[in-house]
Write a protein that binds this ligand. Structure first.
Ligand SMILES: C[S@@+](CC[C@H](N)C(=O)[O-])C[C@H]1O[C@@H](n2cnc3c(N)ncnc32)[C@H](O)[C@@H]1O
Length: 496
């Protein structure tokens, strides 16, 4: 029988995967590096520090940082160390007692952390909790033997690669009409990855179907209904999700105190970026799966909502949502460190050089790590242009946004990199010929005209279907160099 996605058997497959494998889930199986790197824990520590500078904590009370779905525990370990280091810079934060709580639904993971010598070294700066899905407001701290309750300081919640693993629903919207997506999970005839204890995600087919619904009465929970109605009104056409479990989880955590949520995951931070896709299928990893997190929906309930705007679908988006207004320190730290520099993704993208993958991501990561520096861009522009074939929508948008950001840093002098030429060339490779032509014009203004620039402009016009303008430019190129083979060949192609 087809079910709502959130009520389907998918989530049991997911929970069983983690509970059955325990710590073995990270033994070359579940992806973890981006959300466990030194870079991410250090960046989060800066965000938490900035938040506390905006909203000074009660120094007589501890600050709790609850990490949901901690997995290996490595992120929490680094975060506790980074916070200890960073708080020393600020007299107002030095006396603050804080505890990072590692939590998970998997007992095996909690036991692993309890026995880990590195975590033991951190003393009261670290604690552990086993959390049952649906009971996130009932947190028993196993090390200090107390319940998490009566918090006078805000609760910092860290949630990396977790909202992509918990239930959501999917809908198609078309001019105010809404259809729900139903799924049926069908076990394959041969299930080599499953056992009597658990069905493996690789051994099932997910059959999707759609049917019209009445959005105003679809959900009982007001929070879910608000999100669905928001999309019914604001999206003319497209596919959206409602992250029901994440919304509930945050509302339950709000019972404990005001929240600062910092989260990174594959996901959408704007409704438009999400709705552009006709559907949102799951990504299958070794036995578990993930879906794109709808951060836009989660942000609707927070007065302070900061998020990255990454077009690439892989890598992570990062959000920082707060029940308190985002003050200047946090806005600065998020805007400059996470959104602009974004070492969380950009440093990770450079790994592709070692992984024998197409260098596209690494080249973009290189440019972005250099804060869109024109020299860094010009150094990789040729290689980048050779790697633009077959880009998907998100990749295409990311390249365009990178080019425009590089252009914002233009500062021309004789000896500066030939930025306008490389921008023109890349725009031509992307098929955005009008923008390419405007950069070829600027190149001619800066360095004077030559036969190659005339030929390249001609090929842009030809690609746009203006044969007359293209012919004129090829002929101009040939007046300069009568036997220029590219121009001769292009003229011949116009007459066939
Ligand atoms: C993809 S892993 C991410 C682990 C870690 N945050 C990281 O980035 O490497 C998902 C983790 O969330 C845990 N988990 C799954 N469902 C959960 C739930 N409903 N509540 C809390 N943790 C959950 C899993 O056991 C697993 O440790």
């Amino acid at each position: 029988m087809p079910d709502r996605i959130s009520q389907s058997g998918l989530w049991k497959i997911q929970r069983d995967y983690y509970r059955h494998l325990g710590m073995a889930a990270w033994d070359d199986k579940t992806p973890y590096y981006v959300t466990n790197s030194q870079v991410i824990s250090e960046s989060y520590a800066d965000l938490i520090t900035a938040f506390l500078l905006d909203h000074p904590p009660d120094l007589g009370q501890p600050l709790y940082i609850l990490e949901m779905g901690s997995g290996t525990g490595r992120f929490g370990y680094q975060l506790a160390r980074e916070l200890t280091r960073k708080f020393q810079y600020f007299q107002s934060l030095r006396p603050l007692q804080f505890t990072v709580i590692l939590s998970d639904i998997v007992e095996d993971n909690v036991k692993f952390w309890e026995q880990h010598p590195r975590l033991a070294d951190l003393g009261p700066r670290i604690d552990f909790a086993l959390i049952e899905p649906g009971f996130e407001d009932r947190v028993w701290l196993r090390r200090s033997r107390q319940k998490l309750a009566d918090l006078s300081n805000p609760l910092v919640v860290v949630a990396n690669y977790i909202f992509d693993s918990i239930p959501h629903d999917e809908f198609r919207v078309h001019n105010g009409q809404v259809e729900e997506c139903l799924i049926e999970i069908v076990a394959k005839a041969h299930c080599p990855n499953s056992s009597p204890e658990r069905l493996d995600a690789r051994d099932v087919e997910i059959v999707r179907s759609y049917r019209p619904i009445h959005a105003a009465t679809y959900y009982d929970a007001a929070r879910h209904r608000e999100v669905l109605l928001h999309y019914q009104k604001s999206i003319a056409q497209g596919s959206v999700t409602v992250p029901v479990a994440a919304l509930d989880c945050l509302d339950r955590l709000r019972q404990l105190g005001k929240l600062l949520l910092i989260s990174s995951d594959r996901g959408f931070t704007s409704a438009e970026a999400m709705a552009v896709y006709p559907d949102h299928p799951l990504a299958l990893h070794e036995g578990c799966f993930s879906h794109m997190v709808n951060y836009h929906a989660l942000g609707l309930s927070f007065p302070g909502a900061l998020s990255t705007q990454r077009h690439l679908l892989d890598g992570v988006q990062t959000v920082c949502f707060s029940d308190l207004p985002a003050g200047p320190q946090l806005s600065y730290a998020f805007g400059e460190r996470i959104d602009r520099k974004n070492t969380i993704n950009n440093a990770n993208d450079l790994f592709c050089i070692l992984r024998d993958k197409p260098p596209f991501r690494g080249l973009l990561g290189f440019v972005k790590l250099h804060l869109h520096d024109p020299n860094a861009f010009s150094a990789v522009a040729k290689k980048l242009s050779e790697n633009l074939a077959g880009l998907c929508y998100g990749d295409h948008q990311e390249v365009v946004s990178t080019l425009e950001q590089v252009w914002e840093h233009d500062f021309y002098f004789r000896g500066s990199p030939n930025l306008t030429f490389w921008l023109a060339h890349l725009y031509a490779c992307l098929g955005l010929f009008e923008r390419a032509l405007s950069f070829y014009d600027l190149t001619i203004e800066r360095q004077g005209v030559d036969e190659m620039l005339l030929y390249l402009q001609g090929s842009c016009w030809q690609a746009m279907g203006n044969a007359e303008q293209a012919r004129h430019l090829y002929q101009q190129a040939l007046q300069r160099v009568p036997d220029m083979p590219e121009a001769m060949q292009a003229l011949r192609s116009l007459s066939t």
